[in-house]
Design a protein around this ligand. Structure first.
Ligand SMILES: *[C@@H]1O[C@H](CO)[C@@H](O)[C@H](O)[C@H]1NC(C)=O
Ligand SMILES: *[C@@H]1O[C@H](CO)[C@@H](O)[C@H](O)[C@H]1NC(C)=O
Ligand SMILES: *[C@@H]1O[C@H](CO)[C@@H](O)[C@H](O)[C@H]1NC(C)=O
Ligand SMILES: CC(=O)N[C@H]1CO[C@H](CO)[C@@H](O)[C@@H]1O
Length: 481
């Protein structure tokens, strides 16, 4: 790698002198292809040329001399970036050429995401990738799902308590905030926002938000592990969002044997998740009045937990969540779905709350402590989620409810094989995890998530705050991931 890096550097330096913006450097991003399908009742499902892009923050942001443009605490360096135009002159975003190193692989219509990746010394590092679905034009694929349905197959068998395998929609800008000063935009995973209004270094592709959060409509289709599952609409107004959302979770409704290993929906095997966005008049321009969830396993629709069916109505949404109505409830979510939202994939865990909101107490069977990431990395270092067969379109066009379509069955078979293979290697890898914990207990100040933690000439912190690990990108840059 080192000799190759030298020539890349020379080319990059030559290119940077011509560039005028906080633009991509000359290391072109390589997006993993992920086939998805658009379906109609009349025409069936058609494969689309789509790929995934990792969030902007996972990219190295650097000067022409390969110095970091972020500070030790992970903030933007205001000397290099006092304003948008100066920042654009000084700083460049590096293309990601190896998504495997970020815990992401794809094959055909199957996406696998790992929480941890193995370092060259055998220790596991936190990867926790977040990805967006990119169209072939370099902009995000905008899913317009009001009055439509979205279907995919998921294997959550390898996600223990405390993990969250997530597939959701956010109303991000189609271009990822591409502008004069940020020509990378969606091609480099720019423009993230969600209903928690995150405060980030970037807001819709623009550097430094002066502390302002970036709120947008979010529809959580799936937040789940092998023990618990929820789907949650989060409507927003211009300035704020329904941060709790009206979560729909069979366990919290009292159906404790419905979802889980050996349950009615048996999470030891892959299953297919159908989500239907029903409008008052059945059209894409109508008002969203309810969301119906169906699960298919072994090619047949699984009986719903509730005899009334797994449908979240506007009324239920407002009664489950006292703040939903203030944001217009499902009707507001429907307007965002009609305008178009970006499909997002993530695998993550939570060092502060241990994901208790998802899988403990009235929401699931997990204990309040087993979701601690330091236990997960020790006991389940190969934890991963597999999504496949992602398709959307007219209601009733994306799945067959009878004896099962050949497509769904064969996909389930494929993902099952994958997960078995990983299980087999889990025990052999387990011995190396002790090394990871030893390394992370190093004394001294700790770097925050995404911040720099090493590289030639780096004098800042070399340890990362828990649960993040210092990952070597190249000789000049290591990052807390
Ligand atoms: C900002 O970047 C400049 C130039 O590389 C460097 O001298 C300075 O130490 C950096 N500031 C911080 C806070 O990292
Ligand atoms: C990509 O990263 C993986 C994991 O770190 C590594 O094994 C592989 O050699 C890398 N591939 C390339 C082409 O650098
Ligand atoms: C995001 O940035 C794009 C490109 O600059 C712009 O067209 C769009 O209006 C912005 N959206 C918001 C919500 O600021
Ligand atoms: C360039 C820029 O906008 N800098 C601002 C970044 O945000 C901090 C506060 O969060 C401001 O103090 C800077 O002026």
């Amino acid at each position: 790698m080192a000799p190759r890096f030298a020539s890349v550097l020379a080319v990059a330096l030559a290119g940077c002198q011509l560039a005028i913006a906080q633009n991509p450097d000359d290391t072109a991003e390589v997006h993993p292809k992920l086939t998805t399908y658009k379906c109609t009742k009349a025409g069936g499902c058609v494969a689309q040329d789509t790929s995934v892009v990792i969030d902007w923050n996972y990219h190295w942001f650097h000067t022409a001399d390969w110095l970091s443009c972020t500070t030790a605490s992970g903030a933007i360096n205001t000397t290099l970036c006092p304003d948008e135009a100066t920042c654009a002159k000084n700083c460049f975003v590096q293309g990601d050429t190896n998504y495997t190193a970020n815990g992401v692989t794809t094959s055909g219509d199957t996406l696998t995401m790992y929480q941890y990746t193995k370092n060259s010394d055998g220790a596991y590092q936190n990867a926790s990738p977040r990805l967006y679905l990119l169209g072939s034009d370099g902009n995000y694929e905008m899913l317009q799902l009001n009055g439509q349905e979205l279907t995919f197959t998921v294997d959550l068998s390898q996600l223990p308590c405390g993990e969250n395998g997530a597939l959701y929609l956010g109303e991000m800008d189609k271009t990822g905030g591409r502008s004069e000063y940020n020509q990378g935009g969606a091609n480099y995973g720019g423009g993230y926002c969600d209903a928690q209004c995150p405060v980030q270094n970037w807001r819709n592709g623009t550097v430094n938000t002066s502390g302002a959060g970036y709120c947008c409509n979010e529809m959580d289709i799936l937040e789940a592990n092998s023990k618990a599952i929820a789907f949650t609409p989060h409507p927003c107004t211009d300035s704020d969002c329904d941060r709790n959302g009206c979560g729909f979770n069979p366990y919290s409704q009292g159906y404790h044997n419905y979802y889980g290993p050996g349950g009615t929906v048996d999470t030891t095997k892959p299953f297919t998740v159908v989500t239907q966005f029903n409008t008052n008049d059945g059209t894409a321009s109508g008002t969203l009045t309810s969301i119906t969830r169906k699960y298919l396993q072994n090619g047949v629709v699984v009986a719903s937990a509730n005899t009334g069916g797994d449908t979240l109505t506007s009324e239920m949404c407002n009664s489950l969540d006292s703040t939903a109505a203030a944001f217009g409830g499902l009707a507001t979510s429907g307007k965002a779905l009609a305008r178009g939202m970006v499909l997002t994939f993530a695998i993550w865990n939570d060092a502060t709350g241990y994901m208790n909101w998802l899988d403990t107490g009235s929401n699931g069977p997990c204990s309040t402590t087993e979701g601690n990431p330091s236990l997960i990395i020790q006991n389940n270092p190969t934890t991963h989620v597999v999504f496949s067969g992602i398709r959307w379109g007219d209601i009733g066009s994306t799945f067959s409810s009878g004896s099962g379509s050949g497509t769904t069955t064969s996909k389930a078979g494929t993902t099952l094989t994958t997960s078995k293979a990983s299980t087999a290697t889990a025990s052999t890898k387990a011995t190396t995890t002790t090394k990871a914990s030893t390394t992370s207990s190093a004394a001294g100040p700790a770097q925050t998530h995404y911040g720099q933690c090493g590289g030639k000439g780096w004098t800042g912190p070399t340890a990362c705050v828990s649960p993040y690990k210092c990952v070597v990108s190249n000789d000049y840059y290591s990052q807390c991931l």
